[in-house]
Design a protein around this ligand. Structure first.
Ligand SMILES: [Fe+2]
Ligand SMILES: [Fe+2]
Length: 281
């Protein structure tokens, strides 16, 4: 299916698609997936699409700050890959007969966009790369890894395909940040502090099944969502997210004194109970 067709099939309301209803019934019977599972996936996929939309906007806004033409081309390519992720996720919802939002709903995404735009206005390329290439990509990797590991077969395959791109985006970001750190260690570590306190609380607050508006928009019962339907829980994902964030900061070669302080600060906004507790000891 070419991209135009993917888009068409993802957006076209059309009559009730019997194949989608059948596929959902197959997953319910063959893989013990309940309506609760599909509601949870509808919620997660919708929020993932929001993150992908934010990523397109961030990468696009960052292009003029990229130093070389090759860097600009690479950044546009990243934005394009995020756009394909939206279409893939939306078509999964259609195939499994659940609703997905195709716009940003939760306020945290708008807040991160605002901070990113501030960094662009300040011509602060390190802060832009840290917000999008490192922080957002790291959280995307945790999300898609979870869906790959715990989702139904269709969701797992799709999440695995998106995950490959996100891992590549993170690697691109790590290489970019390492070279900027080599030029200006103090400035780039300062950019990390600035971005961390603004963006990480927003990203971590979304590792949750309680939302501001999303469930209302999807017409699902917020209180009934349970990560048990994905055979995981919030604490486990938060620990994984914190571990992944620490690994990203280590790989980027930031100053360990700076990163230790930042990680410790995460307990103040409910980073991860288990890890934050042990770090504080
Ligand atoms: Fe993506
Ligand atoms: Fe990405």
């Amino acid at each position: 299916m070419n991209e135009a067709n993917v888009l068409e099939s993802a957006v076209k309301p059309g009559p009730v698609d019997l194949r989608s209803a059948n596929r959902r019934e197959e997953l319910k019977t063959d893989h013990s997936k309940t309506d609760g599972y599909f509601n949870l996936i509808s919620y997660i996929v919708s929020n993932a699409i929001s993150g992908e939309i934010m990523a397109i906007e961030n990468y696009s806004e960052m292009v003029p700050l990229m130093p070389s033409t090759d860097d600009k081309i690479e950044t546009v390519k990243q934005a394009h890959e995020e756009s394909k992720h939206i279409l893939m996720l939306a078509s999964l919802g259609k195939r499994h007969d659940y609703v997905v939002m195709r716009e940003i709903v939760e306020p945290q995404w708008f807040n991160i966009r605002r901070h990113f735009s501030t960094a662009v206005a300040n011509k602060d390329l390190p802060a832009c790369l840290i917000i999008q290439d490192l922080m957002t990509e790291t959280m995307a990797i945790v999300l898609y890894r979870t869906l790959q590991r715990q989702g139904d077969p269709d969701t797992a395959i799709l999440a695995g395909n998106i995950l490959k791109d996100e891992l590549e985006h993170l690697d691109i970001g790590l290489a970019r940040i390492r070279s900027l750190l080599a030029e200006d260690p103090e400035g780039v570590n300062e950019a990390l502090k600035w971005a961390h306190h603004r963006v990480m609380p927003e990203l971590f607050s979304m590792v949750s099944t309680s939302c501001h508006f999303l469930c209302d928009r999807l017409n699902i019962d917020c209180g009934a969502l349970s990560l048990g339907d994905l055979k995981t829980d919030i604490d486990q994902i938060r620990v994984e997210a914190l571990d992944a964030y620490i690994e990203t900061l280590d790989k980027a070669d930031f100053n360990p004194v700076v990163t230790a302080q930042l990680i410790e600060s995460m307990q103040s906004y409910g980073g991860t109970p288990a890890m934050a507790g042990s770090l504080a000891n």
